[in-house]
Design a protein around this ligand. Sequence first.
Ligand SMILES: Cc1ncc(COP(=O)(O)O)c(C=O)c1O
Length: 370
Amino acid sequence: MSGNFLALAQPGVQQLSPYVPGKPVDELARELDLDPASIVKLASNENPLGASPKALAAIREELAELTRYPDGNGFALKTLLAEQCRVELSQVTLGNGSNDILELVARAYLAPGLNAVFSEHAFAVYPIVTQAVGAQAKVIPAKDWGHDLPAMLAAIDANTRVVFIANPNNPTGTWFDTEALDEFLQDVPEHVLVVLDEAYIEYAEGSDLPDGLDFLAAYPNLLVSRTFSKAYGLAALRVGYGLSTAVVADVLNRVRQPFNVNSLALAAACAALQDAEYLAESRRLNESGMQQLEAGFRDLGLGWIPSKGNFLCVDLGQVAAPVFQGLLREGVIVRPVANYGMPNHLRVTIGLPAENNRFLEALAKVLARG
Ligand SMILES: Cc1ncc(COP(=O)(O)O)c(C=O)c1O
């Protein structure tokens, strides 16, 4: 007799739904017999610019060393990050994407009997990493789609070890300002690690979003996580980082896999970090694309949630799934967010001007069909 290996999984894992990624272009091309080149994918908050030429050159140079293990300490990248982020080298933890950082936090600080607090409509990886280690997920109702920080604070108890907050949040794009963050951090008990997920922070420069790094010195229970997957355009390489006290970084390093960031990713991230021009162009493109999509939604009489990320959630005022399917048939992939408790919204990543246009035209066509 064989065991029931679902029932044998630990209870938190049994209740988990696996992360649903954006639909790959090749998959849709196969399903609908379409030319992959004709498909527009605005589903995974990727950078539409293509990688920085400097990052590509760094990768080419690194290819000669593929037989060797990467630098397990990521010295060159950590040195650059420490300098740019105004911290010591010992405060930097490198991750296989920033998801890895979130997972390291859960593995190091959560366990059965303990809990993590996060918001409704927050990033899907928070429940995954929490429940995967048998801890309880305390999901706090959102306010106007965003984090209700006072309510999250009130939910913290003696068994809380981690609070995940994203600024801006994915998929909603919502954000909180400096004052709200400061008030929150002042009141979070010292035994709770606050993970401030700033995956999209580079897009928010010059706005009222706080820079998490400004709070690191004052709050030893703060960890800021960031990524090279979004504004730096290196999603495929999987590289992100955490900034915290040296003590927290040391703890995370104890559970980190020895070579969690590969050599190509390390080399490309170093180059991308020094390519200010690319970052500026990413921001410029995002800003104009955001205006283009907002104008398009306005023309279609649709509402949306204002966003500080590289994506927007449009409110279709009806169940979004059939519209999502209709868009697929037009060769346009966006992201349904019903699994985030948002059945009437679709999340659209800001693309190149022509891609945004293709999406808006397809949306108009699908909506007109009714
Ligand atoms: C809010 C948020 N945090 C973290 C991540 C993880 O990104 P990565 O693992 O590619 O760094 C994402 C990716 O979509 C995100 O939206």
